[in-house]
Write a protein that binds this ligand. Structure first.
Ligand SMILES: [Mg+2]
Length: 248
């Protein structure tokens, strides 16, 4: 056994099967103590919503926390986002300009204040109204900002800096800690996790309960370094970690 970089989405991936979560948490913490494995939670949740989940499920402390869809990285339990990452994201970002466009679309419902972050503007957009996305995208492009749209789970629309997503945040940490792609494993279940799987040749685990948008993407982009698990959530992760030889 050797150390690896473990990066996981939380909702419906790491979290969702309490029994399996306990077992996986225990195995990962032992691996970290024994081999120096690094553990990263990567979630669309804001700090407020992460803290709720952390308390509710008694999640152990990771080595880094990637919040708000990759726009904030917290290292070693710090309460302040990593300034190096923030400065990368700040180029070509202007949330006021974004809001001046989005307010012309009544289909977009702003998410609560806690979900509006320094580098993320978030809306609810019902799946049946998502046909507006191409038009919204073309209006936003006219601003010449460096931004992108991520639509996830048939309800969440995030507007983010172009240089930010779970995948690029993961690679920032991977390079910082000097892990090869082959020593890195990423896990997810939904649309905003595609960035984790698509960015490079990191080992990927798609849990058995993954959403249709991710399964569809996987079927269209098959790769031998990606594994579609049979089992749900943390049980699917353990299945994948065993498949790749990271766990016995
Ligand atoms: Mg998820």
């Amino acid at each position: 056994m050797t150390k690896f970089l473990f990066v996981t989405d939380l909702d419906h991936t790491f979290v969702g099967d309490d029994q399996a979560l306990l077992e996986l948490s225990d195995r990962l913490q032992r691996h970290r103590a024994e081999y120096g494995t690094k553990i990263v939670y990567s979630t669309g949740r804001s700090p407020t919503l992460y803290q709720e989940l952390q308390l509710q499920k008694n999640l152990f402390s990771p080595d880094a926390l990637v919040l708000s869809v990759g726009t904030e990285i917290y290292l070693d339990g710090s309460n302040n986002p990593d300034p190096q990452w923030s400065s990368i994201l700040s180029q070509g970002w202007d949330s006021q300009k974004i809001l001046s466009i989005t307010e012309q679309f009544p289909e977009l419902v702003l998410q609560p204040d806690t979900e509006q972050r320094p580098f993320k503007v978030s809306f609810f957009l019902k799946a049946e109204l998502s046909g507006i996305l191409p038009q919204l995208e073309s209006e936003l492009q006219k601003t010449k900002l460096n931004i992108k749209l991520i639509y996830s789970s048939g309800i969440d629309l995030d507007i983010l800096p172009l240089t930010s997503d779970k995948g690029q945040a993961m690679q920032f940490l991977r390079q910082k800690w000097e892990f090869a792609a082959e020593q890195t494993v990423v896990c997810g279940d939904s649309g905003n996790d595609i960035a984790l799987f698509a960015v490079g040749r990191e080992r990927g685990i798609i849990v058995g309960n993954a959403r249709p948008e991710l399964i569809q993407w996987h079927n269209q982009n098959p790769a031998d370094y990606r594994y579609l698990a049979q089992n749900r959530c943390a049980a699917g992760i353990m299945e994948g970690l065993t498949y790749f030889g990271f766990l016995e």
